[in-house]
Design a protein. Structure first.
Length: 310
């Protein structure tokens, strides 16, 4: 666990990022970077012991961000359609490079990329390795994501060499734990009788629990290199969304509704090889079954027992 460090973490108001920042702030000096267009977000972050830093990735204005933190944790991301490709490149690619230039005095940087960077594979059971082909896939959620993630990785590698800044590029899989993340949406879909549309059958994921993300940050930063280490940031278990939805339905006493809708170029799944990551971090502490059970109970508690009775 990282302690007694000055840490810059971007995208701090994100659903998977804020929990990380809150834990880090308990024993570190944490600067949370975001646009903070909503004052309520700023107040909430400040109340958690995190120092809010307003920044603009589009213009490269990082005047509120410390120049020499110990670590930079870059999670900020703008989702956009193809009509906003120029802006997405400016924010997600050029902006990331300007951030690393601003924080050039850091000891190491962790850059959150995505499993969506991999080209689609015809085998739905294929577990993507770090050496697999890149860039010929499409995102089911944001059309600009694959190309700008490629750009992010490229500019991060450049910054690592140009600024002698040790970098780890972590290709993030599906995050488990936050109610507002993917599996939380599956829970709410089942509760509300909403059909889930999946891009493959099976639709495989290798989810990583937020608890393990926190535990992995220190070894991933320790492994950072000026040649830029690239690693899948995933869990040890690979599971299908279909089976997960059935488990959620059984827990809530409701039948899960789902169907498959494949699209050309869109990966049928998100399964990852965890071999390299395990060599750096060791095995995960939270199994998928444990994490899903906790999430199901959390959503049950949030919804109220009376709302989910059959």
């Amino acid at each position: 666990m990282i302690t007694d460090r000055k840490i810059v973490i971007t995208g701090v108001t994100g659903k998977a990022v804020e929990p990380l920042a809150r834990v880090l702030a308990q024993s570190n000096e944490v600067y949370g970077v975001a646009r903070f267009s909503d004052e309520r977000d700023r107040a909430r972050i400040f109340a958690a012991g995190i120092k809010p830093c307003i920044a603009d990735f589009a213009t490269g204005d990082f005047s509120n961000v410390p120049k020499e933190p110990d670590f930079v944790l870059h999670f900020a991301w703008m989702r956009a359609g193809l009509g906003e490709l120029d802006r997405a490149i400016a924010v997600n690619v050029v902006g990331a490079g300007l951030l690393l230039q601003h924080c050039v005095g850091a000891k190491a940087a962790l850059i959150a990329s995505s499993m969506g960077i991999y080209s689609a594979h015809e085998d739905p059971y294929h577990k993507f390795k770090e050496s697999d082909p890149l860039g010929r896939g499409s995102s089911a959620y944001a059309a600009t994501s694959p190309v700008t993630k490629l750009g992010l990785e490229a500019v991060s590698r450049f910054c690592a060499r140009a600024f002698n800044l040790p970098v780890t590029i972590a290709r993030l899989n599906t995050v488990l734990g936050p109610v507002s993340a993917y599996h939380g949406h599956l829970c709410h879909n089942v509760l509300n009788g909403v059909e889930t549309v999946l891009p493959g059958d099976p639709n495989l994921h290798s989810p990583i629990h937020i608890t393990d993300m926190i535990a992995h940050m220190e070894p991933l930063l320790d492994a950072a290199a000026t040649s830029a280490l690239t690693v899948n940031w995933c869990g040890d278990d690979t599971v299908s969304s279909q089976e997960t939805l059935d488990k959620i339905g059984a827990a809530y006493g409701r039948k899960a509704q789902y169907r498959t809708e494949t699209k050309v170029g869109v990966p049928k799944g998100n399964a990852a090889s965890a071999e390299l990551r395990r060599s750096i971090t060791g095995p995960c502490k939270m199994t998928f079954s444990e994490g899903l059970r906790d999430l199901i109970n959390q959503v049950r508690s949030d919804q109220g027992d009376n709302q989910i009775q059959t």
